[in-house]
Design a protein. Structure first.
Length: 413
C-alpha cells in the first residue's frame, strides 16, 4: 500500500447522524430523514449552519409506492428550509451508496464544498405488499415466474452450496457457515443502540427457523425496516474548519451488471462487487490486507460470503471455510474477525443489514456512519477493540445490478 499520507482524499466526512432502525409506525419518511439530517449537522464539532450546505444528495427506493410520495427534493426543501440543489438517487438497496458516490463526484468536481447526504426508507407502512414491491429491482420475467428476492438469493445460495460445499454437494458444514454469518452479525449488534435486533442467535436457531425459500430460512434474511441516516460531506480543503478529526474518503467506485440473474456470468458471486473492488483498490493502491473493518451488504447471509470472495479476501469457494474457521477460533469475543493467513478483517461491526436492519435506501449511508464512528473511536459500547485506520463500505442493489465501494481512512497527517 502507498503511504496513507500520500493518498489524495476525494472528500471528507465531518458529521453523521441516524435514527433507530425498526418498525417506526408514527414517523413519516421526511420526518425520519430530517431527524437524521439535523443530528448529522449538530454533530459537527465546530458547528455547521444550514447556509453552509450547498447541495443535498438523497438515496431511497420505494417511497412512491410505500408512502405515496414523489419529488423528495421538494419535501426536503420544506423540511430543511433550504432552496439549494437536491437530488434523489434510486438504485434499489444500493441507493444510499450511490447517493454518496454522487456527492463525492460533486465535491471532487469543485462544484461544492459542503453537501448533506441522506438515505431513508419507510417500509412497514406497506408491510403486506413489501415482498412484491421489492421485486421492482428484479427482472419482470423473474417476478412473473414467481420469484421473490429470497427466492433469487436462494437460487444463488443453493448453487454455491452445490459447487463449493463439502462432501461433494451435501454442504452440511457450508450450511452451518452460512448460519454462522447470521450468528456473528447478531452478536455484533448487541452493543449497537440503534439496531433493530439486539439479541444473540445460535446455529440451531438459524437452521431451525422457518423455511422461506430453500435453502434460505427466516434467520438468513434481513428484516423489513424503517429508518434514515445522514452524513455531512465536505471538500478535504475545508474539513479542518469543521472538525479536528475528519474521516477522509480516499476511494469511491461504482459498477453495474445485468439486473437478471439468468444473464449473469455466474450465480456464485456478484460481478459488480468484483469490478468495483478492483477499481477502488487500484484507485487507492491498497489490497485487502490493508482493510481493517468492512461494512458489507448482507441482506441474505450468502452475500457476505460472496463479498469475501469477490473482494479477494479469500479464494473462490473458500469463503464459507473462512467463516467457519474464524468463528470457531474467536467465539466469545466482542467482535469476531475473519482471518485468512496474514489478513484479518472485522465485518459488520454494527450488525450489518441482518441485525442492525435494512431500510433499503438508508443502508449504504448507515454503513458509512458505522465506519465513521468506529474510525473516530466513537462507537461506544460497540467499539472494536483494536486500532482501526482503514474501513471499507460495500453496498449493492438488487441481486447485484449495481455495487458501490468506498474506502475511508483516519486523519492523513
Amino acid at each position: 500500500m502507498q503511504s496513507i499520507k500520500k493518498l489524495k482524499p476525494l472528500a471528507a466526512i465531518v458529521g453523521a447522524g441516524r435514527t433507530k432502525f425498526g418498525e417506526l409506525w408514527y414517523k413519516n419518511p421526511e420526518e425520519l430523514l430530517t431527524e437524521a439530517g439535523l443530528k448529522a449537522m449538530e454533530s459537527v464539532e465546530y458547528g455547521l449552519k444550514r447556509k453552509d450546505i450547498q447541495a443535498c444528495y438523497f438515496g431511497s427506493f420505494l417511497y412512491q409506492v410505500t408512502n405515496k410520495l414523489a419529488l423528495i427534493p421538494g419535501y426536503m426543501s420544506r423540511e430543511l428550509g433550504m432552496n439549494i440543489p437536491m437530488s434523489n438517487t434510486e438504485a434499489a438497496c444500493g441507493s444510499g451508496g450511490s447517493a454518496l458516490y454522487n456527492a463525492c463526484l460533486g465535491i471532487r468536481s469543485g462544484e461544492y464544498d459542503v453537501a448533506l447526504v441522506g438515505g431513508f426508507e419507510k417500509m412497514t407502512d406497506r408491510a403486506g405488499k413489501i415482498i412484491d414491491d421489492l421485486m421492482f429491482a428484479g427482472d419482470p420475467h423473474e417476478f412473473d415466474a414467481g420469484y421473490t428476492f429470497a427466492g433469487l438469493y436462494a437460487s444463488m445460495m443453493a448453487r454455491y452450496i452445490h459447487d463449493y460445499g463439502d462432501d461433494h454437494g451435501s454442504g452440511d458444514r457450508c450450511r452451518e457457515a452460512l448460519a454462522l454469518v447470521a450468528c456473528k452479525n447478531h452478536h455484533h449488534a448487541v452493543g449497537n443502540e440503534y439496531a433493530q435486533f439486539r439479541r444473540e442467535f445460535t446455529v440451531a436457531d438459524v437452521l431451525n427457523s422457518p423455511l422461506v425459500a430453500d435453502p434460505i430460512r427466516m434467520l438468513h434474511c434481513s428484516p423489513v425496516s424503517d429508518g434514515a441516516v445522514a452524513l455531512v460531506v465536505v471538500s478535504p480543503d475545508v474539513a479542518k474548519k469543521y472538525t479536528d478529526t475528519p474521516i477522509y474518503v480516499v476511494g469511491s467506485q461504482q459498477a453495474t451488471d445485468d439486473v437478471s440473474i439468468c444473464s449473469r456470468e455466474s450465480l456464485t458471486g456478484i460481478k459488480a462487487t468484483r469490478l468495483a473492488m478492483e477499481k477502488v483498490l487500484k484507485e487507492t493502491g491498497m489490497t485487502m490486507r490493508d482493510i481493517h473493518l468492512a461494512e458489507v451488504h448482507d441482506c441474505f447471509t450468502i452475500e457476505e460470503i460472496f463479498f469475501l470472495e469477490d473482494s479477494g479476501f479469500c479464494k473462490k469457494g473458500d469463503g464459507w471455510k473462512t467463516v467457519y474457521d474464524s468463528y470457531e477460533s474467536f467465539k466469545g469475543s466482542k467482535h469476531i474477525p475473519y482471518v485468512n493467513g496474514d489478513k484479518e478483517l472485522v465485518v459488520n461491526a454494527g450488525g450489518g443489514l441482518k441485525a442492525d436492519g435494512h431500510p433499503v435506501g438508508a443502508t449504504g449511508v448507515r454503513q458509512v456512519y458505522e465506519c465513521f464512528k468506529q474510525l473516530r473511536n466513537e462507537a461506544g459500547g460497540n467499539q472494536v477493540d483494536r486500532e482501526l485506520n482503514v474501513a471499507l463500505c460495500h453496498n449493492i442493489g438488487g441481486t447485484g445490478g449495481i455495487a458501490t465501494v468506498h474506502i475511508l481512512v483516519r486523519e492523513l497527517q
